[in-house]
Design a protein around this ligand. Structure first.
Ligand code: S3P
Length: 451
């Protein structure tokens, strides 16, 4: 599969229970950060369990372009020889971040306070996404950016030669923006402070501390105040990347909606800034248990066991939970369609600026499959049709968005008629083994349009 090549049509159809063990790949957010922080350290960082999805491979290539040595040793095993904070060299060519908003925004932050110039681009999806949310705070350090209208890629950044430290309150709940500011703050003197009203994923803060930076988080009336002391010498690390809860979401949810299913998804990180979907599913009545709960590398981890759950009911998802499950609303809407009653999702404006407009993409496809969906600028409501009640029988557009593709393929496993997607190619960006893993559980997936 290729995110950039010819479209890969795929169809999913009902074919019995899903059973077995689903070993999902490494966490995408932590994989990007492992490569970038490894490149900003002095010495050799070793990484095990790196997600070898296209997004992360694009970040690995970018780190090489900025002067780090990045060596692929074997499955998931990588070594990075970093150049140190402020040590990035100027890339000889344009940096292509493919489909990855995380990749491009974090890398922009990482180079923003080094006096070099770099031009960034990406695929048709990434070139539509807003970059001003990152270049605005980077300008406070003294970084210049010139891009297309509306702050779109391709875009050239000129790193600040004499950066100033920054105090910045996030106008949108975004871990990517928070991380870009913190990474830029690494090469600024003094203290850089980021304030977030809503807690977003905190991998950058945790990992910066692990690499030896002085970083602290204080919870105040303004929200979480994160303070980083600039110009540390980052010490290389041995990193074991935990498995991705956002990828686990697909086999878990497919099992919940497919009759007779019983699937174990081992070793999933349950960091509270990421685990909102699982809390929501349990509130809906999902038979989803956490087994073998433990701590690994300072993070809560468990084996998730998901069984067919015919008694799930729609709920109002609390808006303050949105950031902790922002990537999981597409697959939640599929579960909601198979539950009884309505599921209300509010405070989710950010879904409109992801790899696609995820509210529009899911609403269109669900409606084509016979599900009633209402939507507004920052909310949507899915009317459940009950277990086995979704008619299906449509081909859904994925708009270069991996999570839209995987969500509709999961729906097809539980709907009356097959559900197809026009292009499953983008799945390779985050979950390259999705097709084989789901087939291994018993899913009927065809590489053709058969709706
Ligand atoms: C990510 C942050 C989230 C998320 C993305 C990964 C990260 O984006 O949607 O898939 O690794 O920091 P925002 O920070 O823009 O919400």
């Amino acid at each position: 599969m290729s995110g950039h090549g010819d479209p890969v049509p795929m169809t999913a159809r009902k074919g019995g229970a899903l059973k077995g063990v689903a070993d999902v790949p490494g966490d995408k957010s932590i994989s990007h950060r492992s490569l970038i922080l490894g490149a900003l350290s002095v010495g050799e960082t070793r990484i095990a369990g790196l997600l070898e999805g296209q997004d992360v491979l694009d970040t690995a290539r970018a780190m090489q372009a900025f002067g780090a040595e990045v060596i692929h040793e074997g499955e998931g095993a990588w070594r990075v020889h970093g150049v140190g904070v402020g040590g990035f060299g100027e890339p000889e060519d344009v940096i292509d971040c493919g489909n990855s908003g995380t990749g491009v925004r974090l890398i922009m932050g990482a180079m923003a306070t080094t006096p070099i110039t770099a031009t960034f681009t990406g695929d048709a999806s990434l070139r539509k996404r807003p970059m001003a949310r990152v270049t605005d705070p980077l300008a406070l350090f003294g970084t210049q950016a010139v891009g297309r209208a509306g702050g779109r890629l391709p875009m050239t950044l000129v790193g600040a030669a004499d950066p100033l430290p920054v105090r910045y309150t996030l106008p949108v709940p975004s871990a990517q923006v928070k991380s870009a500011v913190l990474l830029a703050g690494l090469n600024a003197p003094g203290e850089t402070v980021v304030i977030e009203a809503e807690a977003t994923r905190d991998h950058t803060e945790r990992m910066l501390a692990g690499f030896g930076a002085e970083v602290s988080t204080e919870v105040t009336e303004e929200g979480r105040v994160i303070t980083l002391r600039g110009r540390p010498e980052l010490r290389p690390q041995d990193i074991v990347v935990p498995r991705d809860p956002s990828s686990a979401a697909f086999p878990v949810c497919a099992a919940l909606i497919t009759e007779g299913s019983d699937v174990l998804v081992p070793n999933i990180g349950l960091n509270p800034t990421r685990a909102g979907l699982f809390t929501t599913l349990r509130e809906m009545g999902a038979v989803l248990t956490y087994e073998n709960e433990r701590e690994e590398g300072g993070e809560p981890v468990a084996d998730l066991r998901a069984r067919f759950s015919p008694d799930m009911k729609g709920i109002d998802v609390p808006p303050e939970r949105a950031a902790s499950m922002i990537d999981e609303y597409p697959i939640l809407s599929v579960v909601a369609a198979c539950a009884e009653g309505r599921t209300v999702m509010r405070g989710v404006k950010e879904l409109r600026v992801k790899e696609s407009d995820r509210i529009a993409a899911m609403a269109d496809g669900l409606r084509a499959c016979g599900v009633t969906v209402e939507d507004g600028p920052d909310w949507w409501i899915v009317e459940g049709r009950g277990p086995g009640g979704v008619p299906g029988g449509a081909t859904c557009a994925t708009h270069l968005d991996h999570r839209i593709a995987m969500s509709f393929l999961c729906l097809g496993l539980a709907s009356q008629k097959p559900v197809g997607v026009d292009d499953a190619g983008p799945i390779v960006t985050s979950f390259p083994i999705f097709e084989s893993l789901m087939r291994g559980l018993g899913a009927h997936l065809d590489r053709a349009n058969r709706t």
